[in-house]
Design a protein. Structure first.
Ligand code: ATP
Ligand code: MG
Length: 415
């Protein structure tokens, strides 16, 4: 029986420290996205189930195994969004944005997938992402990738991740390749995993993505999509690679990278890490030129990516966080007569943008300890003498040095 006082499996309470990290990640990505001209949008966290069924493809794991789908009281089938792109495509179509191309959007928020919870994999998790709609040029792919690079750099994570890219080519390339791949894999059908056998008819390219060891072994001999690319598709990929090189963004080509969803074409990419075990994907995306049309909208090319905030947060170094946020200072009341003056100073300091800790219980020693624990670099001590002489004692908590200042001297310190 479930215990109603526990959080649902795969969900977590985000406590202040974790929320600090989340906010650092989302604020940083929002700011960088803005430099690239991406405006923020927020779509609802649930949609009609069809929005996801139609966009993600009937054979996608997300649709078959991972969706939180329910009937609402009116009898409509609704689904908690498992990812952002489908909702954004729906918004793009229902809002008539084809009239105002190109569209560059940034989003952040919770996503929901029924998966086996483990480190870096949850049932409610959070993504940040960008989508660029209406641009055919491979330079848009480079732009999205550069944005992700700038973000990972700003978060201090660039040395912990590497960029893998691949191309799926255009439709013609994939049709040509599909035939060859199926012919090859059919020979080994009995040895493939059950999932891959099922995919052989429905979506053979996805077999390349299989994590099953036997599948992987068979695949080492499989033909490469690269050999079946049309000239246009080859050129497209060349431009993306050249763009990345020009910007000094290092990448690896991974011919096995196909991404889990049906709607991708041309460029696909993933920033991966070796530091999170099986949860190696930190940021993933690609081009999806057929998506909007497949949902009933006008033919509109698109490219974008999404990144898991929990995984970014797990990779974040504490030191990155200390660079942000306000200066911390403690106000210590050493005598009751100093209460009101301390209250006032605390207020003034907060108005000047300090984060102020004012411990209100325990003796002087306890209060000092509390200030230290809160990470304050300074403590301002006010007792009987300070009130009488209208002075302030300022203690440097890292060196222990202290000095007594007039109010004027004190405020000059921080200006
Ligand atoms: P994985 O291979 O780890 O299942 P995915 O291919 O399903 O990832 P996407 O659908 O591309 O992931 O989602 C984009 C990003 O969202 C991933 O790169 C990852 O960082 C994050 N992510 C995906 N699923 C989860 C989850 N259940 N919990 C936490 N983060 C997730
Ligand atoms: Mg997944």
């Amino acid at each position: 029986m479930s215990n109603n006082l526990q959080a649902v499996r795969g969900t977590r309470d985000l406590l202040p420290e974790e929320c600090d990290r989340f906010r650092f990640i989302t604020d940083t990505s929002y700011n960088i996205a803005r430099l690239y001209g991406y405006g923020e949008i927020a779509t609802p966290i649930f949609e009609f189930t069809d929005v996801f069924k139609r966009t993600l493809g009937e054979t996608a794991d997300i649709v078959n195994k991972e969706m939180y789908t329910f009937l609402d009281r009116g009898g409509d089938s609704l689904t908690l969004r498992p990812e952002g792109t489908a909702s954004i495509a729906r918004c793009f179509i229902s809002g008539g944005f084809a009239q105002s191309l190109p569209v560059r959007w940034f989003y952040s928020g919770p996503m929901f997938r029924y998966e086996r919870p483990q480190k870096g994999r949850y049932r409610q998790f959070h993504q940040i992402g960008v989508e660029c709609l209406g641009v055919n040029s491979p330079l848009a792919d480079v732009e999205c990738l550069a944005l992700s690079y700038d973000l990972l750099k700003a978060l201090g994570l660039i040395d912990k991740v590497q960029l893998e890219i691949n191309t799926l080519g255009d439709l013609e390339s994939r049709i040509r390749y599909r035939e060859q791949l199926v012919a090859f894999l059919a020979k080994y059908k009995q040895d493939l995993s059950k999932d891959s056998q099922d995919r052989l008819d429905k979506n053979p390219l996805r077999i390349l993505d299989s994590k099953d060891e036997r599948d992987q072994k068979i695949l080492t001999e499989a033909p490469h999509l690269f050999q079946y690319l049309t000239e246009d598709s080859k050129q497209f990929f060349e431009t993306v690679k050249e763009g990345l090189s020009r910007l000094g963004i290092p990448f690896l080509i991974n011919p096995q990278l196909v991404r889990g969803l049906d709607y991708y074409c041309h460029t696909v990419f993933e920033w991966t890490t070796t530091q999170l075990g099986a949860q190696s994907a930190v940021l993933s995306g690609g081009r999806y030129d057929g998506l909007i049309q497949s949902m009933g909208g006008p033919q509109t090319p698109g490219v974008g990516w999404a990144s898991g905030v929990e995984r970014l947060s797990l990779l974040l170094d504490e030191t990155n966080l200390h660079k942000v946020g306000p200066k911390k200072i403690a106000v210590i009341i050493a005598d009751e007569s100093a209460e009101m003056r301390s209250l006032q100073l605390t207020h003034q300091l907060r108005q000047k943008g300090f984060q102020v800790e004012m411990p209100l219980s325990g003796n002087l020693g306890k209060k000092m300890k509390r200030a230290d624990k809160a990470g304050c670099s300074w403590a301002l001590v006010l007792g009987e003498n300070e009130i009488k002489e209208q002075k302030i004692t300022l203690k440097d908590l890292s060196s222990g040095a202290q000095e007594t200042l007039s109010e004027e001297q004190f405020w000059n310190r921080w200006s």
